[in-house]
Write a protein that binds this ligand. Structure first.
Ligand SMILES: [Zn+2]
Length: 359
């Protein structure tokens, strides 16, 4: 079952198209195992196990549900790829359930530590605590303001499912800090936009970047305004974070992302991700020149479709549409006004009358 490829000191390699099966690990670089955990969508999330003394440090760990638990049990069994050694530490790149859903279980199982940035830990704890509860009035009004109808609003649920209760204490990691894992120093690089304080880990000596959801090879991460901070401008944060990564991390690293395969060509991928956002912003500018729009009216312009597979995906699309709109409002290119129903309408600033309300 085990696919342990590289011998110690073997050069880094990129095993094109050879993703490890569930419950199996692939040694992508000496002492660094690539594992995948199943998600309810049928997709997977990567968990990276880094050899750390007599045990492991695991970076991201999948959602908490039966299939993922079953995979972890296989990985951790004495005959499994982690050799039955303990997980001493879980590093969560950010708050989302596919990244830290199993952190509580893993830490409890091995008396391990959870390491995260502060705002990611606090937000993840809050989300988990609210799981199964009701949407608040202010959360519902956020989506109503974006143009959702009553039926869609009635289907909304708080996030935080698939997350085991997090440990009630954690170790804070900060931007620029060096984290020693095994014999290697990893620099914490904090980005923002997909979440508020997302940690990437960069090892200059080995030319490796654990990029979490900050840089993905074949999909672009969701960048959303959320009801908890309705005035945020995460698109600006996102673009600034991509620029930061280009400044700090050289192009020739091997990128170990949270979804899909490891890849090389970081700077080219960063440029693609930036281009995609700027093209969408250009389309949005054109659309606002033609007519005033609510966030929900921008779906086709931004995403090429009006309907989504689930309320959750529609939630992501709405948050991202608002993120694009706020970016233009903050730059003075668009203005927003609320109608008598409390719905936000965005307009090209050049066509706006004096006195339009701020967001
Ligand atoms: Zn995420």
């Amino acid at each position: 079952m085990e696919e342990r490829a590289a011998a110690p000191d073997a050069p880094l390699h990129f095993p094109c198209g050879v993703a490890p099966a569930l419950g199996v690990a692939l040694e992508i670089a000496p002492g660094i195992l690539w594992q995948r955990l199943p998600l309810p969508s049928g997709q997977t999330v990567n968990a990276w196990a880094l050899r750390d003394g007599d045990g492991w440090t695991v970076v991201d760990c999948g959602m908490s549900n039966e299939p993922a638990l079953e995979v972890w049990r296989r990985l951790l069994s004495p005959a499994g790829p982690l050799e039955g050694r303990p997980v001493r530490r879980v590093i969560g790149t950010h708050l989302h359930a596919d990244h830290v859903g199993m952190a509580g279980w893993l830490c409890a199982e091995f008396d391990g530590e959870l390491w995260m940035t502060r705002s990611e830990y606090l937000q993840a704890s809050l989300l988990q605590a609210r799981s199964g509860g009701l949407m608040s009035a202010s959360e519902l009004s956020f989506y109503a303001r974006a143009g959702w109808d009553a039926a869609a609003l009635g289907a909304l649920q708080p996030m935080g499912r698939h997350m085991a209760p997090l440990p009630t204490r954690y170790r804070r990691i900060r931007d620029g800090e060096c984290v020693r894992i095994g014999d290697d120093d990893w620099q914490v690089l904090v980005g923002s936009g997909h979440s508020t304080e997302h940690a990437c880990l960069y090892c200059p000596a080995r030319g490796l970047l654990l990029s979490g959801d900050q840089v993905l090879p074949s999909i672009s991460s969701n960048v959303s305004v959320w009801p908890s901070e309705p005035g945020a401008n995460p698109m600006q944060d996102w673009l600034a974070s991509l620029a930061m990564l280009r400044r700090v991390v050289p192009d020739d690293v091997l990128v170990l992302p949270a979804h899909h395969d490891p890849f090389r060509g970081l700077h080219g991928r960063l440029a693609q991700l930036e281009r995609k956002r700027h093209r969408a912003l250009d389309r949005l500018r054109d659309a606002l020149e033609q007519a005033d729009r609510r966030a929900v009216d921008c779906f086709e312009t931004l995403f090429g479709r009006k309907e989504f597979a689930s309320v959750f995906v529609q939630q992501l699309a709405t948050g991202e549409a608002v993120a694009y709109l706020h970016y233009l409002v903050d730059r003075g290119e668009a203005v927003v006004h609320e109608d008598v129903h409390g719905i936000a309408w965005y307009r090209d600033a050049a066509q706006a009358l004096p006195g339009s309300a701020e967001r």
